[in-house]
Design a protein. Structure first.
Length: 295
């Protein structure tokens, strides 16, 4: 006989139940401080033990493992994650199977670009690229990015931030063709991505600084426009190389952080590739690099 086909939702619920069961069976009573009896026929924890620890009904949890159409809330899923001692990858997997958005957790830990990412960044010889953190601070960059945008190493603290540079650096205002349209999208994208960090002191400090430093930011920020991160073609007007065109791409770094790799791929138009090669071949004299600092 042919197997009865399951809908995608049915299949996901069955997989969710099987995943919960596998995590339950790998735990021993001793792992969670429960005395194991002499006669335990169930491998790992019993369903009623998981239900008790998570604060849910045994029957309801049994239905969940059986793949029935029950819909756990994000709070219940979080409780199950704690009861089953799931790590970060397992938590994410559980929330995906349950069709729920995992609650975002803000982190105050320092952001560090690892050696593998730094090596890849340096290998992008003809592609200006840099890594930004959750607040769009520039954390690492390659020589091509310096040739195109200027030396980020001259900046410190809040000044080494994409939003700060776009709105306060005269060099960036001259460099970016259609500055106003681009700046509006940058701001709307920043607001959308920073929603999970509302109230974070580092974000609040940057926003307060921008409100003082840029009349455009002060005017546009209260409008609360949101947009997806900018991709596509970006035109620049380099002070020595002239007009150039790049394909702009933002890539998430899948390590649990909000770091991103931003890459600019030179396009054939406006002889951009040859111009970038020339910029990289010519070592600028001391002090000749574009000044990224605000006036």
């Amino acid at each position: 006989m042919d197997a009865v086909p399951h809908s995608p939702d049915d299949s996901r619920r069955r997989e969710l139940g099987a995943f919960l069961r596998s995590r339950r069976e790998r735990l021993s009573p001793a792992d969670i401080g429960i005395a194991s009896g002499a006669r335990r026929r169930t491998p790992g924890l019993r369903r009623e033990e998981v239900a008790m620890i998570a604060g849910v009904g045994t029957t309801w949890y049994t239905w969940l493992e059986q793949g029935r159409d029950v819909r756990p809330s994000a709070e219940v899923l979080t409780a199950l994650c704690e009861a089953l001692r799931l790590d970060a990858v397992e938590k994410r997997h559980l929330f995906i199977l349950a069709g729920r958005q995992q609650p975002e957790q803000r982190t105050a830990t320092s952001e560090k670009v690892d050696a593998t990412l730094l090596h890849m960044l340096g290998s992008l010889v003809l592609q200006p690229a840099y890594v930004v953190g959750r607040r769009w601070d520039v954390l690492a960059w390659n020589p091509a990015a310096v040739a195109l945008f200027g030396d980020y190493g001259l900046l410190e603290g809040d000044a080494r931030n994409i939003v700060h540079l776009v709105f306060t650096s005269p060099h960036h205002r001259r460099l970016l063709v259609d500055w106003e349209a681009l700046a509006r999208v940058v701001l709307a994208s920043f607001r959308a991505e920073s929603a999970k960090y509302v109230g974070d002191p580092d974000f609040e400090r940057l926003i307060a600084l921008m409100m003082r430093s840029s009349p455009e930011f002060r005017d546009w920020w209260p409008r609360r426009d949101v947009a997806r991160r900018l991709t596509g073609v970006k035109h620049v007007r380099h002070p020595t190389a002239g007009p150039m065109a790049f394909e702009h791409m933002s890539l998430s770094i899948d390590d649990g952080s909000d770091m991103r790799l931003i890459v600019y791929t030179p396009l054939p138009e406006q002889n951009t590739i040859a111009k970038l090669k020339k910029l990289l071949e010519e070592k600028p004299p001391s002090g000749a690099a574009p000044d990224l600092r605000p006036t």
